[in-house]
Write a new protein. Structure first.
Length: 238
């Protein structure tokens, strides 16, 4: 009897230990989905709708289409030899003005957007071809350079920056013909010709710098501007 009691107690003890071990057994970690993964899925789902994914063949077809468009655009442009950098190599920054000494073409002056006035006496050739020219003023931006007539020792420089002013949106020319007719009340006669070599197929005024530095924000639409200009033109020939 006593032995049976011992067996029972040991059995209960083992069972209790097994239950405690099972309770504290390491639970599997919860799988977390990163925000970047969700953003990529959202980006893909927008473009795949109403399907679950974009087929690989569609990716390749789109790639071929863009490639053909770029090749066609290049064929319409006049081929020009690639530009080569000749300096300055010892400083950085945008060069927004350049002027050659009319009495010595090997002497070149260059104006920088944020680095002042520079001069080269070797036509820009050489690693150390450019030297900084102090102006005596706390000027960083030089946007224009000119020489006094007949006196290359007298130089005039204009300071400041150049800003693009525009609507900030591209428009297709043929889409404007109906607008011209509506504003003028006259029919527009269109004659289509072959594009000339060197014609720029796309132009656009980047107003980002003006918006950043000057808080420039155009509020007049193209339609409103054209109508106002047409009204002004009519006053000239009234």
């Amino acid at each position: 009897m006593k032995r049976n009691v011992v067996y029972l107690v040991v059995s209960l003890l083992i069972l209790s230990l097994m239950m405690v071990y099972h309770h504290h057994e390491k639970q599997p970690a919860e799988t977390r989905i990163s925000g970047a993964y969700r953003a990529l899925n959202f980006f893909s789902e927008q473009r795949a709708y109403p399907y679950n994914s974009i087929p690989d063949i569609s990716h390749y077809s789109a790639y071929e289409k863009v490639l053909l468009q770029r090749l066609a655009s290049r064929e319409n442009q006049l081929y020009t030899p690639p530009w080569q950098t000749i300096g300055p190599h010892n400083t950085g920054g945008r060069t927004i003005a350049i002027a050659f000494n009319p009495q010595n073409p090997n002497t070149i002056y260059a104006g920088s957007a944020s680095g002042g006035l520079w001069r080269s006496k070797t036509a820009g050739v050489g690693q150390a071809a450019w030297e900084y020219i102090p102006t005596g003023y706390p000027v960083l931006s030089v946007c224009s350079i000119d020489f006094a007539p007949g006196d290359s020792n007298t130089i005039y420089i204009g300071t400041g920056e150049v800003y693009n002013v525009g609507g900030g949106h591209q428009r297709v020319l043929k889409e404007l013909f109906p607008l011209f007719e509506e504003i003028s009340g006259q029919r527009v006669r269109i004659q289509w010709d072959e594009s000339q070599k060197g014609d720029v197929p796309h132009t656009s005024a980047d107003i980002g710098k003006a918006a950043r530095d000057l808080a420039y924000a155009p509020r007049t639409s193209l339609e409103t501007g054209l109508k106002q200009e047409w009204d002004w033109v009519k006053t000239l020939y009234a």
